[in-house]
Ligand binder design. Sequence first.
Ligand SMILES: Cc1cc2nc3c(=O)[nH]c(=O)nc-3n(C[C@H](O)[C@H](O)[C@H](O)COP(=O)(O)O)c2cc1C
Length: 170
Amino acid sequence: MKIAILNGSPKVGNTAAMVDAFAEGAKEAGHEVEILHVGKMKIGGCLACEYCHGKGEGTCVQKDDMEKVMPAYKEADMVVYASPIYYFGMTAQITAAMQRVYAIGKPAKAAKAALLLSSSSPSPYDGAIATYKGILAFTGIEDAGIITAAGDENGSEAKMEEIRAFAKNL
Ligand SMILES: Cc1cc2nc3c(=O)[nH]c(=O)nc-3n(C[C@H](O)[C@H](O)[C@H](O)COP(=O)(O)O)c2cc1C
């Protein structure tokens, strides 16, 4: 499978560790993995101008880093969303990237998705999970699983092994 991982963190920290563990497990199982560091990219929010559904024919009027993400949205068999929790949701950067898929409707080939979330406190995940599950229901993509890491779980060998094992058995 071709797997695209969108890492919504703007820094190399806890989410990046989860992403790396996932990539390691997935590659071990023979999958092709591309990591897109959307948290560090300049991606504007959707303008609702409908250019993409008219004259743009699936392309966005905004020429920004979303142009680096769109090819992966078109090619991936699986999309993994990874983000730290910022104020009970995913980061603004990954949220923008998730919404800008509007230009093509949905990740074109993706049949599966997964969600990796990192936080400092134990259970601030409801908002992020509701967004993720809503998008999956809307686009008809199957949830392969959700893994969270709170507080001391971040970077722990047990959590990294859980993620590697999950990615090895997709
Ligand atoms: C702006 C901001 C908002 C945050 N909001 C929350 C929150 O609502 N709940 C929580 O448990 N942690 C919150 N955190 C902590 C991060 O989710 C946590 O440190 C996470 O592990 C960071 O991942 P990273 O190292 O990949 O950036 C927040 C951090 C920042 C910078």
